[in-house]
Design a protein around this ligand. Structure first.
Ligand SMILES: [Zn+2]
Length: 76
């Protein structure tokens, strides 16, 4: 029984840390309006939707596709 309680506590602690990381990232400095990848101007609509946007729509799409591919293939 004690083991189960401990595990639950560990999961809770991990979730708290992960959540904090996400919140910290969301709370980062607002966008400069310049894409970090290609240096072009980030669309105003995009910044309005996500004030912390670091990439233009094209680069964000590319990054998204890359991360999706990485997820599908798994860490190998
Ligand atoms: Zn870009």
């Amino acid at each position: 029984m004690d083991d189960i309680d401990c595990a639950a506590e560990r999961v809770e602690a991990f979730t708290a840390v992960a959540l904090k990381a996400v919140l910290t990232r969301m709370d980062g400095p607002t966008s400069t309006g310049i894409c970090k990848a290609c240096g072009c101007t980030i669309e105003a609509v995009r910044i309005k939707a996500n004030p912390q946007a670091r990439h233009c729509r094209e680069c964000a799409d590319e990054l998204e596709q890359e991360s999706r591919r990485a997820r599908l293939c798994g860490p190998r």
